[in-house]
Design a protein around this ligand. Structure first.
Ligand SMILES: [Zn+2]
Length: 271
């Protein structure tokens, strides 16, 4: 008799197909956004700049990640989705308000990752504006700041229809894309390289730093948990330490996203 858990029902098959089609549509939309930038700014080529960023954010990114950055005299950018506050998930516990306060007090940057962490393609403009304001209020009670924050797209998924709102609301918006920001760059769709498992992949990421040093620009890394037993989208403390130390040893400026924008003299996006 077949194992009932192995039997694929028509509805399960349809759900998988629908998810695959949605992923494809998402990749296509990201490519369109890159092909037709909204704002273009120039990333200087004089010096290699590296930013280490964290999404969601798991508590281990504070406990281990922030400590490693600080030990190297650097700071990171933490894109917080307040709707995930304190949530316990397999392999990770999300940061709470006290954790965010700790990060800010230690000189790290708190960025926005939306409140509800939905794929922006599936949220209407009014709902998104409310969601972003709600997350902004949460962050402002912890770390008030006079200027606009930086943002990271949930699932690195951009949305053509929301570009104007995002560019108005944030100083920059970070996606994925596995690339280095060089020369003409859309600050509302910055590229980034993921630090994720397997371990072999993390160790290979030093090549991105080599490529940056050879042809300077702005390399933004992103990850999630920094834990001895990382999730698929995190890394171990020693491997994170290795990357930070390597970037510094190769002469890179290691800066938060906000500090990198200041250093590059990039203007803020259109008001
Ligand atoms: Zn996320």
């Amino acid at each position: 008799m077949p194992d009932p858990s192995r039997i694929s029902t028509p509805s399960a098959g349809l759900a998988r197909l629908s998810a695959r089609l949605d992923q494809f549509a998402g990749r296509l939309e990201n490519r369109l956004i890159r092909a037709v930038p909204r704002d273009v700014m120039e990333v200087p080529s004089e010096e290699p700049i590296v930013s280490f960023t964290f999404d969601d954010v798991p508590a281990s990114a504070l406990e281990a990640g922030a400590a490693i950055l600080e030990a190297n005299g650097a700071r990171g950018t933490y894109y917080i989705a307040a709707g995930l506050e304190g949530r316990i998930e397999p392999g990770r516990t999300l940061i709470d308000r006290a954790g965010c306060r700790e990060l800010a007090a230690r000189g790290h940057e708190l960025g926005c990752h939306s409140f509800a962490h939905h794929d922006l393609r599936h949220v209407d403009g009014t709902t998104l504006a409310e969601d972003l304001a709600r997350n902004g209020d949460y962050l402002d009670t912890i770390d008030p700041r006079p200027s606009r924050r930086n943002f990271a797209y949930p699932y690195n998924s951009g949305s053509l229809g929301k570009r104007a709102l995002l560019a108005r609301t944030f100083r920059s918006c970070r996606a994925g894309g596995e690339g280095i920001n060089r020369g003409p760059t859309d600050p509302a769709f910055l590229q980034a390289v993921e630090i994720r498992q397997p371990q072999q992949h993390v160790l290979g990421l030093a090549r991105w730093i080599d490529a940056l040093v050879a042809d300077p620009g702005w390399l933004i890394f992103f990850t999630h948990d920094v834990s001895p037993q990382p999730t698929a989208h995190g890394c171990t403390p020693p491997s994170f330490h290795l990357l930070v130390a390597y970037a510094l040893a190769r002469g890179c400026q290691v800066l938060t996203v906000d500090a990198a924008l200041d250093r590059m003299g990039l203007r803020e996006g259109r008001p």
